[in-house]
Design a protein around this ligand. Sequence first.
Ligand code: THU
Length: 130
Amino acid sequence: MSKYESLIAAARSAREHAHAPFSNFRVGAAVRAKSGRIFSGCNVENSTYGLTLCAERVAIFKAISEGERGFDAVAVVTDTDTLTPPCGACRQILWEFCGDVEIVLVNPRGKTETHRLKDLFPKPFDVSYL
Ligand code: THU
C-alpha cells in the first residue's frame, strides 16, 4: 500500500462533489495532518467566476477551521493526462500552512507525480519577511 493511498482516495472521492458547471474542470484535493487526519475538498465555482475556490484551498481551510496545524502531504486529483499542479494562489496558501510539503498529483488512470512545494514555489513570501 502506497504511503499516499488513503490521501489519494480522499481527494478522488472529494472530486465527485466538485461544483464546476462553468469550467467542467473537476478537481479533488486532500491534505494530511501530522495527527493523521485527512481533510478533503473539491473546487467550488461561482457564477461571478472570480469567487471560485480551488479544491486545495477548500481542503486546507477545512483542516485549519477544525483546529489542525502541521501537514505532511497534499494530493490533487484531476482527470487529465498532464497532471494538474496547484495554482499560484493555492501555492501561497499551502506554503503558509504546510511549508515545504510533498504535493502528490494524480489522475484516475494511476499516473502520479510527487513534487516538493519549494520546487513549485521557489521564493515564497511568508511571515519571515514581516
Ligand atoms: N482548480 C482547482 O481547484 N485547483 C487547481 O489546482 C487548479 C484549478 C479549479 C478552479 C476552477 O474551478 C477550475 O479548476 C478551472 O480553473
